[in-house]
Design a protein around this ligand. Structure first.
Ligand SMILES: [Zn+2]
Length: 354
């Protein structure tokens, strides 16, 4: 191994470092502000932990909170903290997967005796999470051979199943995020000042260096989710949360959700007496009231006028057709699940797009 390596910064400038330098040290060599803001680094485009030694020439960039990559890290790391809080408050819980998603994260749990999370539970979990953040527990990475990894998760059936399928090369993309390629099992632990293990998770990483980097989060709701999306498998409880780089970004997101709710067409439709969705008709089927019908007619007339003014001619087509039409169009090949089921007409299957 070379004594010196060359790391190329995003602006194209090369810098020499001793081999084995970590991302944290590189960030510190660039500036104190960057060192403080750093959550992880990208080495040749691959995100890795700040404390991982770098032993070869590479392109490097520092990941901070306000970027898409940084938010991903914050969100996924917050999901670990949430799971730790759940284990503290609900001994015997089982956990499945906890990825980052758009604007937030989730984690799927199974509680002993079929217990369900309540809204009060969410508040308690969030309060426990704030204590974990205050403790500033480091995230520590370890790698095991698959057999040793199985022992770490001996009492966690969902994690064991992920390790099994990783070894067989049979993982969904979401789960690959949890475990990597299966040749080794990577594990992240949170420990206290004495090194006692407080939380352990199966995870490819990377993670923020410590829980103190987190804090601008909020738990949003609980929903049921089948394990692996399969209705024949156990129904787990999915807790959703949102997490951001700072309080202002979190507040802005929550404000935007409130505004969107105020503009929800189901709410406005009822308030303005435009339309309703009576139970007798079925979910999502609108009944247009006189005011709503007037608005709709104005819009339709305007649309037709504009089309005709620009030389278009109107045609009308049926809403349903022989299924062979939807095969030709490609709908049935790609969107069959989102289409109404076929009905028999003249002895032939007929269907329509939704
Ligand atoms: Zn993780």
């Amino acid at each position: 191994m070379a004594d010196q390596i060359t790391l190329t910064l995003p602006d194209g400038s090369p810098r020499e470092y001793p081999a084995g330098t970590t991302g944290a040290e590189v960030a510190a060599s660039i500036g104190r502000g960057l060192a403080k803001a750093a959550l992880a680094v990208e080495i040749d485009g691959v995100p890795v932990d700040l404390d991982q030694p770098i032993d070869h020439d590479a392109r490097i960039s520092v990941i901070t909170g306000a970027s898409a990559e940084g938010r991903d890290l914050l969100r996924h790391s917050t999901s670990h903290v949430m799971a730790q809080a759940v284990f503290d408050l609900f001994p015997g819980a089982k956990y499945a997967i906890g990825p980052s998603i758009t604007d937030g994260f989730y984690y799927d749990f199974e509680l002993p005796d079929g217990r369900r999370f309540s809204d009060t539970d969410l508040e308690r979990i969030e309060a426990r999470m704030r204590e974990i953040v205050k403790q500033n527990q480091p995230f520590l990475r370890e790698e095991y051979a698959p057999q040793a990894g199985r022992e770490v998760f001996a009492d966690q059936p969902y994690k064991l199943e992920i390790i099994e399928r990783a070894s067989a090369g049979d993982l969904s993309e979401e789960e690959t995020g949890d475990v990597g390629d299966g040749s080794t099992v990577s594990v992240y632990r949170n420990v206290d000042a004495e090194g006692n293990v407080l939380y352990v998770d199966l995870c490819r990483g990377p993670h923020v260096p410590s829980t103190g980097k987190l804090g601008a989060f909020k738990l949003m709701k609980v929903a049921g989710a089948y394990w692996r999306g399969d209705e024949k498998r156990p129904m787990l409880q999915r807790i959703y949360g949102t997490a951001w780089e700072d309080k202002a970004a979190l507040e802005a997101h929550l404000h935007q959700l409130e505004e969107a709710e105020r503009r929800d067409h189901r709410k406005l439709g009822a308030e303005l007496d435009l339309f309703s969705f009576p139970d007798e008709l079925g979910g999502g089927l609108a009944l247009w009231h006189p005011k709503g019908a007037a608005v709709r007619k104005v819009l339709e007339d305007f649309s037709r006028e504009r089309h005709e003014a620009n030389g278009y001619e109107l045609v009308f087509s049926p809403h349903i057709a022989k299924s062979v039409l939807w095969e030709t169009s490609g709908h049935l090949g790609f969107y069959a699940e989102g289409m109404y089921p076929p009905m028999e007409m003249e002895g032939l299957p007929t269907t329509r797009a939704r």
